[in-house]
Design a protein around this ligand. Structure first.
Ligand code: ATP
Ligand code: MG
Ligand code: MG
Length: 254
């Protein structure tokens, strides 16, 4: 008997990732809506299972934080991994087609995702796939989701980094030892993209990787200088998430 069919009524498919399909579901026993993510591939090999399990193990170990997409439970069925999580309204991948954000709204995203990173880094975990697509909106708040590339900060595991466009040079060179600063770089690129209001051409991604930030005329220099520091080619010069959340730039929205 399928646990998925017994426990949930599928409403509709809401997402199609590289590794999974995501469905909006109604949980029969509590009458609430959730998102269930199911791996597209059957995970037959031990190594495939272990890699997929990092996502749920990281989420479960971290516990609840208001700026992280909440995790409920997970199970294997027909060699596919199912993850039941909080249902969000949409992700920021759709911002450039449907809406653009004001500088104040971008600062909100920035602060809330920096708080999520502060929390996961303090818990010894790096996300490694921070990008607008993986930032979710729920009731006006922002949440970091898709922990499919998450790993331990101590470099004890081989990494499977996420979207190369948001990765710093040290990852592309496979010479890294500050995985928390990889997330800071990716957040810097994401915030720059949200300020610009459209996805970045490859040439701009390359410039950011070199620590060069094409000036955005309509946004504050203070904010752009902070982003410039976050994409510094030297990871040790990038601020930590703990430092970021204390930056006076956020007093404008507090
Ligand atoms: P990829 O690694 O290619 O980004 P993935 O297989 O890891 O994809 P996710 O990014 O987690 O899968 O999810 C795929 C899509 O499903 C998302 O882009 C989003 O549209 C939708 N989705 C995922 N989780 C949720 C959620 N909790 N609430 C609402 N929609 C979601
Ligand atoms: Mg994703
Ligand atoms: Mg993913």
């Amino acid at each position: 008997m399928s646990r998925y069919c017994t426990d949930f009524q599928e409403i509709e498919q809401i997402g199609n990732g590289n590794f999974s399909h995501v469905y909006k579901v109604l949980k029969r026993i509590d009458g609430c809506l959730y998102a269930v993510k199911r791996s597209t591939k059957q995970l037959c090999l031990d190594t495939e299972r272990r890699k997929a399990l990092m996502e749920v193990q990281a989420l479960a170990a971290l516990g609840f934080h208001e700026n992280i997409v909440a995790y409920h439970t997970s199970w294997f069925e027909n060699e596919q991994l199912y993850i039941q999580m909080e249902l969000c309204d949409y992700s920021l991948s759709s911002y450039n087609t449907s809406c653009s954000l004001t500088e104040e709204e971008v600062l909100e995203v920035f602060l809330q995702i920096a708080r999520a990173l502060q929390y996961i880094h303090a818990g010894g975990i790096a996300h490694l796939d921070v990008k607008p697509e993986n930032i979710y909106v729920k009731n006006g708040g922002y949440k970091l989701g898709d922990f499919g590339c998450a790993t331990l900060l101590d470099n004890s595991l081989p990494i499977e980094e996420g979207d190369a466009r948001y990765m710093p040079q040290e990852i592309l060179n496979e010479k890294y030892d500050h995985l928390d600063k990889v997330d800071i770089f990716s957040l810097g690129v994401s915030i720059y993209e949200l300020l610009r209001g459209s996805s970045l051409p490859d040439a701009v991604h390359q410039l950011l990787r070199e620590g060069k930030l094409p000036l955005l005329p309509s946004n504050s220099l203070q904010l752009q200088n902070l982003i410039k520091l976050m994409v510094d080619p030297d990871p040790t010069r990038r601020p930590s998430a703990r430092e970021l959340v204390k930056n006076p730039i956020f007093t404008r929205i507090l």
